[in-house]
Design a protein around this ligand. Structure first.
Ligand code: ZN
Length: 198
């Protein structure tokens, strides 16, 4: 059967007209990673609760949890300020705090949900723990912009870091980014002195 190109060509002006609005949408929250599931949304909501908890308990607005077989097996909220320990990020906190009790097999069968894209330090810990799957809420660049920091011109993403160290680990995100950015906007407006220290 022969197909005509005409319908596609007829759509071109519409597509071109849509381009400026797509570009402006880049500055807002991104759409959810289509590979994420309804269960991922449920656990990401919990990650945001843990991030909010951190803001009143000695940390920046970051939370993470580990889920295996649809059940939460570990949770951690950033506590860098209350502990004075710069490694107490949410993801690192789960791995360093629970790894004596959670073995490698369990890590490999678990999903780590984190409210904001993991930093390079946490990506390294995720790889060395051999966590099977990672889902993050807010991407690094909108997070940095919301915090008031100009992002690096060509930053390494968590996907790049993790895929080059441990290609078998699946990384998904962003997810429910608008919700996470609201938390960041509220926190960093009130705590400009913490920028770059959480
Ligand atoms: Zn980190």
């Amino acid at each position: 059967m022969r197909h005509s190109l005409l319908p596609v060509l007829a759509l071109m002006p519409l597509l071109l007209a849509a381009a400026p609005s797509l570009r402006s949408a880049d500055r807002a929250a991104s759409i959810d990673d289509p590979a994420c599931t309804a269960e991922d949304r449920k656990f990401m909501a919990r990650a945001y609760e843990l991030a909010e908890y951190a803001t009143t308990h000695g940390g920046g607005p970051f939370g993470a949890l580990l889920v295996k077989d649809h059940k939460i097996i570990a949770e951690f909220s950033n506590c860098v300020h209350s502990t004075g320990n710069i490694t107490k990020h949410a993801e690192m906190g789960i791995i360093s705090g629970f790894s004596p009790r959670i073995d490698r097999k369990t890590f490999s069968q678990s999903t780590l949900y984190t409210s904001t894209e993991p930093c390079a330090m946490c990506c390294g810990a995720i790889c060395f723990a051999g966590i099977g799957r990672v889902v993050y809420g807010v991407s690094e660049i909108p997070f940095e912009r919301t915090m008031g920091v100009t992002p690096q011109p060509n930053p390494l993403t968590s996907r790049e870091i993790i895929s080059r160290i441990s290609p078998s680990i699946k990384v998904l995100g962003p997810l429910m980014e608008e919700e996470g950015l609201k938390l960041h906007a509220e926190y960093w407006t009130k705590h400009p002195e913490d920028v770059g220290k959480s």
